[in-house]
Ligand binder design. Structure first.
Ligand code: BGC
Length: 378
């Protein structure tokens, strides 16, 4: 006897199907919102990737591979751009002559910004390794606590690297493995600070950076340049010079997960740097961005409001790869959009001049100084 499959009774009426459709729609919406809220970085990356692919297709169809790009002066320039849909923009040949190998400079000269060993594209290796291995490779070069300075010339900048941090232990060795050799090649005098937020409260990247700034200045008040560096951003080109300039600088101009494009014209996140004076002039970051997102947009408004423009690395040097594994992402800060509407009004009452925090624990490790503390929204 053939057994007949019995549908659930509610599906025998048309209304049953409507209910089923509605339920699956609600489930999809819920999963999407959950993903956007808990994995905002991934969600953004997917969105930018999608936009990049769309633009690429349009370019090929309408312009035959000729891309329009906005310059800093808000004018369009036309340039030939060969873009691969998988997401990596082809690197233009790096033909700019760097210093010849026999170039001479004395110990009393300020280090130049270009050295022959800065070859351009570097090999990015995302394999996880223990920190102890990187310590072994570098601790005979780097001073305990994470400082280094050149001895064959006078460093042009004394840079404090501030890395906002929570639970990304597997990322630190990957970053160090690429960053340290690059800085040494560039003859940058540097100190590395990891600013660690303890506990489970909402993450506040900008507040950590303000605290890092104040604490680093207590340790060495001669820092004249600060670079705020996300731990999961790995530089791809050693000609991306990690010194400051007359204008605040966005180092991470093109990220692989965003299709190697500038996310948007006002983007100022990931890896950026300012001189000590510039940071003081804009009153640092806002302290009020709890959760993922918005603090960098607010910082951009401060910078522009003070009259600065953003500078970016030349020749596509500002390319970075993002470490995507093990992303315990911070939750979205949904209130950021309304807060961003009042960035200008808040600028001089919210920042370095309104900073309060409990004394952090400071520990020196072979390759960095760790500034650790708990933060809690008021
Ligand atoms: C957020 C920024 C973030 C940017 C790029 C924006 O929506 O507000 O904080 O850097 O997306 O991912």
């Amino acid at each position: 006897m053939v057994r007949r499959y019995k549908y659930p009774r509610f599906l025998s009426r048309p209304r049953g199907y409507v209910v089923l459709l509605l339920l699956s729609f609600l489930c999809t919406m819920y999963s999407m919102l959950h993903f956007i809220y808990y994995k905002p970085g991934r969600a953004n990356a997917l969105l930018y990737r999608y936009q990049a692919m769309q633009e690429t297709v349009i370019d090929y169809v309408y312009y035959g591979g000729i891309r329009r790009r906005k310059t800093e002066k808000n004018m369009y320039i036309i340039y030939i751009y060969i873009y691969d849909i998988k997401g990596s923009a082809s690197t233009p040949a790096q033909t700019i002559p760097y210093l010849p190998l026999n170039y001479n400079y004395s110990n009393f000269d300020v280090c130049p910004e270009k050295f022959p060993e800065m070859k351009g594209q570097i090999y990015v290796n995302m394999t996880e390794i223990p920190l102890s291995e990187v310590n072994t490779n570098f601790s005979h070069i780097i001073q305990h606590g994470g400082s280094w300075e050149p001895h064959d010339c006078i460093a042009a900048w004394n840079v404090a690297f501030l890395i906002p941090f929570r639970n990304r232990f597997e990322h630190l060795p990957i970053l160090f493995r690429h960053l340290l050799p690059m800085l040494i090649k560039q003859r940058i005098k540097f100190s590395i600070f990891v600013i660690n937020q303890e506990g489970d409260d909402l993450f506040n990247r900008a507040l950590l950076l303000n605290i890092g700034f104040v604490e680093a200045m207590k340790i060495d008040h001669s820092f004249d340049c600060f670079i705020f560096h996300d731990v999961d951003h790995i530089p791809e080109n050693d000609r991306n010079y990690y010194g400051c300039t007359g204008m605040p600088r966005l180092f991470a101009e093109q990220l692989d997960i965003h299709g190697y494009r500038l996310e948007y014209e006002d983007f100022f996140g990931g890896v950026n740097g300012v001189t000590t004076q510039q940071f003081k002039n804009v009153n640092g970051f806002s302290n009020q961005f709890w959760g993922w997102g918005g603090e960098d947009d607010d910082f951009y408004t401060r910078i522009r409001h003070y009259g600065y423009n953003v500078s970016r690395p030349p020749n596509n040097y500002g390319k970075y790869q993002s470490i995507v594994n093990h992303h315990t992402q911070e939750r979205q800060y949904l209130g950021r959009f309304s807060r961003l509407k009042h960035s200008v009004e808040r600028n001089f009452i919210d920042g370095l001049n309104s900073l309060h925090y409990k004394k952090p624990t400071i520990r020196h490790y072979p390759l960095f100084t760790n500034i650790s503390l708990k933060l809690r929204p008021d």
